[in-house]
Design a protein around this ligand. Sequence first.
Ligand SMILES: [Zn+2]
Length: 192
Amino acid sequence: MRRGFKAEAERLADRTRAQMGIAPAEPASVRALAHHLNVEIVSADQLIDLHKLQALSAAQEGAFSAATFHLSADHVVIVCNPLNDPARTNSDIAHELAHLLLGHQVRELQTIAGHIFLTCDPDQEEEANWLAGCLLLPRQVLLREAFADATPDAIATKYHVSTQMARFRLNASGVNLQVRRARQARSGTPRS
Ligand SMILES: [Zn+2]
């Protein structure tokens, strides 16, 4: 990830939330965020038969999570997989919204041996994953929860994300470290 991107992503997430009128420490759902960005969320079973999705999932687990379609300049649709659990789907939607917020170009189509593949730019994927985390669990929200001793499980339940995502954000955002240091400073003997 390029230098400075992580902090930039935190700011971009905060800015986007501020535009929605959401306070820094207030939670927001990814669906509300999508609505704000004028993006429609569609469950894939509204487009194709659920049995076909089940067959795809049986053939290759995790083959389809979510995809963004630019139907026209101002009509963007994110199609998500109804077979995934809601926490995973929220992450997938946040990931797709992150690509949009970062202005990433639509992934290239490549034909290999007669099959069409969507290629991903690994740098852009990494950036989208990072920003998705910032959108799902902003730093200010995490700080408040961490100071209140909320566990990753409790945070996951409260904000509709996976426990893995909660744990990742607590560490990667530096919030765990910040809370630990603040507590050490408070319990330490005052220097004379
Ligand atoms: Zn992606």
